[in-house]
Design a binder for this molecule. Structure first.
Ligand code: AMP
Ligand code: MN
Ligand code: MN
Ligand code: MN
Length: 315
């Protein structure tokens, strides 16, 4: 059963303004097994199609290795895929995420940027492992590797699973709360680039940089505004107005911060695995706002009338 009524707007034709509180058949932030998601790119695309999405982006952490597979699946399923990734960056000692929407695919300085991210992630995993070993998880690197189940660069979720499997903590939430979450010993950020550098890679590579889940960094409204100013000064032009489930009042307040700065509004579920609170396309309603939809960005306008398959493929 599709999640969305077919008459929200004509198929493959997205509205030019957000003129009512509603949901759209668009999800521009999701993960696969290529990073810390549970579904393969093909399985993810199929699930998106089943749920009635028309436009999606696969945004694995610091890699676009799943895009080719997702593009083939999107062609078969009849939905439009925007190539993308989610970059780990740093701003004022905080780990900030930037979604890169890459209509032309992986090209330009982002190629080198993603190689740098891969190296950073490998080195960071060694530091995280050393710290966790001192705190009671022997052979942390091997244990996280076993949890990952492939040779992809490790992420904190792999260490979280290892901590649970070894009985150091009761559950995943406890692992982040005590060891891996923001400000804890396992929250190692030193390897990531400054947010401005990451944004510059995206923009110089034909993409659109989108500030990911701005309400999830525990910032005051004022500090969030400063983050947006830095992001925008570096060339960032989009912000996730809605990411997963969020409070409607916070969303409206965030919308005002976008409007004040002429930033485009994006949306995504940040889906990682079935059975969690998130599903593809399941995020909160987008409010009525003067902030333009991200598909009004000059680099993404062909999304509005896009045929199925990978955006940019064959063009
Ligand atoms: P990494 O990319 O290695 O820095 O790991 C970050 C990922 O860990 C996020 O994308 C989430 O999937 C997950 N994560 C981060 N913080 C938490 C948290 N507090 N609780 C649960 N999962 C989290
Ligand atoms: Mn993740
Ligand atoms: Mn994120
Ligand atoms: Mn994400």
């Amino acid at each position: 059963m599709p999640l969305f009524a077919a008459n929200y707007f004509p198929a493959n034709h997205l509205p030019r303004v957000f003129d009512a509180d509603q949901r759209y058949t668009v999800d521009l932030h999701m993960h696969s097994t290529v990073s810390d998601g549970a579904l393969t790119p093909t399985e993810l695309v199929k699930l998106c199609a089943e749920r009635g999405l028309t436009h999606m982006s696969l945004t694995d952490h610091d890699t676009m290795d799943g895009i080719e597979e997702a593009g083939i699946a999107a062609q078969q399923a009849g939905l439009c895929l925007v190539p993308g990734c989610e970059l780990s960056t740093r701003w004022q000692g905080i780990n900030i995420h930037v979604v890169a929407l890459m209509p032309g695919g992986l090209q330009g300085p982002l190629i080198e940027g993603l190689e740098q991210q891969r190296e950073a992630r490998i080195k960071r995993a060694e530091v995280i492992a050393e710290r966790l070993e001192k705190m009671g998880l022997p052979n942390a690197l091997e244990k996280a590797r076993a949890q990952a189940g492939s040779d992809r660069p490790l992420g904190r979720p792999d260490f979280a699973r290892a901590l649970v499997a070894e009985g150091v903590v009761a559950d995943w939430t406890g692992a982040f709360k005590r060891y891996l979450g923001s400000g804890k010993k396992g929250d190692v950020k030193a390897h990531w680039p400054e947010i401005s550098d990451a944004v510059a890679w995206v923009v110089a590579s034909g993409g659109v940089a989108v500030l990911a889940h701005p309400l999830r960094y525990g910032l005051t409204r004022r500090k969030r505004g400063l983050l947006m100013d830095t992001f925008q000064a570096a060339g960032g032009q989009g912000v996730e107005l809605v990411s997963g489930q969020q409070n409607p009042d916070s969303t409206r307040d965030l919308a005002r911060q976008l409007v004040e700065r002429d930033l485009y509004a994006s949306m995504g579920s940040d889906f990682h695995f079935p059975g969690s609170h998130a599903a593809p396309g399941s995020m909160s309603l987008i409010p009525r706002t003067a902030a333009p939809p991200i598909w009004e960005h000059p680099r993404l306008v062909h999304l509005r009338d896009a045929p199925s398959g990978m955006l940019g493929a064959g063009s």
